[in-house]
Write a protein that binds this ligand. Structure first.
Ligand code: ADP
Length: 173
């Protein structure tokens, strides 16, 4: 059984095979978790990202991790919340699905996700955390090589929400 857990922390410190970046469509860096990842990884990350030609919402692209402890960064673009009228929920689900698919292709055993879209993109976190946990739980069945998924929550309040959803879905380590 894979281990799915939520912790409070900074995703750039996670010692996993891959961390996921909540990027924007340019893949050229931004604020929030994206800014933190680029700062710690160093300028080589931006150089590699600039060769990728951007990324549509819901899709994902992979780079090396450079100065991060993680070997790979999987850049995915979450939807901006527009009240739920623009397929935001499907797009968010795709972010988790496509990130796990790329992780599997790279032979990743442990992966860390931030709370995609719930910062500047304003996706309601309760709804987002249910999509995150539900999608990961479902998709891991087809990726037995992925042993561990960590949801890295920046705030204590976010951690409380993810823990509640994990308990309700009866998933843990
Ligand atoms: P988005 O544009 O997808 O909403 P943000 O980076 O604004 O992305 O926010 C996504 C989540 O990442 C928010 O919950 C934010 O608090 C969190 N976050 C910001 N910095 C970090 C970090 N260093 N590690 C983990 N999570 C972070």
């Amino acid at each position: 059984m894979p281990c799915i857990e939520a912790i409070q922390g900074d995703i750039t410190n996670q010692e996993v095979d891959a961390i996921v970046n909540a990027a924007n469509t340019t893949l050229l860096g931004g604020g929030g978790v994206d800014g933190a990842i680029h700062r710690k990884a160093g300028s080589e990350l931006l150089a590699e990202c600039s060769t990728l030609g951007g990324c549509p919402t819901g899709q994902a692209k992979v780079t090396r991790g450079y100065n991060l402890p993680a070997k790979y960064v999987i850049h995915t673009v979450g939807p901006v919340w527009h009240g739920g009228t623009k397929n935001e929920e499907s797009r968010l689900r795709e972010c988790y699905e496509n990130s796990l698919r790329l992780a599997d292709e790279k032979g990743v055993k442990a992966i860390a996700f931030p709370s995609i879209s719930t910062g500047v993109y304003r996706f309601p976190i309760e709804k987002a955390s249910r999509i995150a946990v539900g999608t990961v739980r479902e998709r891991l069945k087809q990726y037995p090589q992925i042993e561990k998924v960590v949801f890295v929550c920046f705030s204590e309040a976010d951690l409380g929400i993810y823990r509640k959803v994990l308990e309700e879905s009866r998933v843990n380590c």
